[in-house]
Design a protein around this ligand. Sequence first.
Ligand code: DX5
Ligand code: ZN
Length: 221
Amino acid sequence: MAGKIAPSIMCADFLHLGQTLEALDRAQVDYLHIDIMDGAFVPNFTLGPDFVRAVRQATRTPLDLHLMVEHPERHLGLFALREGDIVSVHQEATPHLQRTLQEIKAAGAKASVALNPSTPILSLEDVLDDLDMVLIMTVNPGFAGQKLVPATLAKITRLRSWLAERGYDRVEIEVDGNVSFENAGAMRRAGADIFVAGTSSIFGPGRDLYGLTQQLREVIA
Ligand code: DX5
Ligand code: ZN
């Protein structure tokens, strides 16, 4: 199956968001990646429930919500989760990971665990049955425009074989952070399925969003 594209909307030009969403619809991207940050789990603030509600009214593209927040289980209800959504919560952000994943699935969404670069794959051992996807942070979360943490490439490879050894090939791998055209090729070869496209690839002043999205699609085919 071809790789999937999830543009990182925090990187979009907010003054022309409608046009951006239309261009992404034309480019037939697979998801819209929406980074939610609380200033506590990560040292930044970005987008919130009202923004998510507005995006849902503007497009039919499924949402890929990345909750970089402490205790995500306390906030799921704010996002009107629905079938087709992916919701990633950080392994490092809750002592109640299994229950949180269950609550995401009960809302009809796909459940995903995000791992910071230093968080071991083995921390997923006891929630494999609850997982639809793993989000591998290839940068330390919080800001766009950062450089890849080199060790995360091998981590993708290890995760893909670790899942296969346990019979969990169905679990998808998403990568998030410095997904440049060059890095995306290496990430795809390492076993990634879904690619968060930000300022390293498609977003930036004067860039051809539609054309660059098509270019990225060829790299991850
Ligand atoms: C990082 C964000 C990502 C991404 C942005 O916390 O979750 O959306 O880094 O894309 P780049 O890294 O290409 O600017
Ligand atoms: Zn993200």
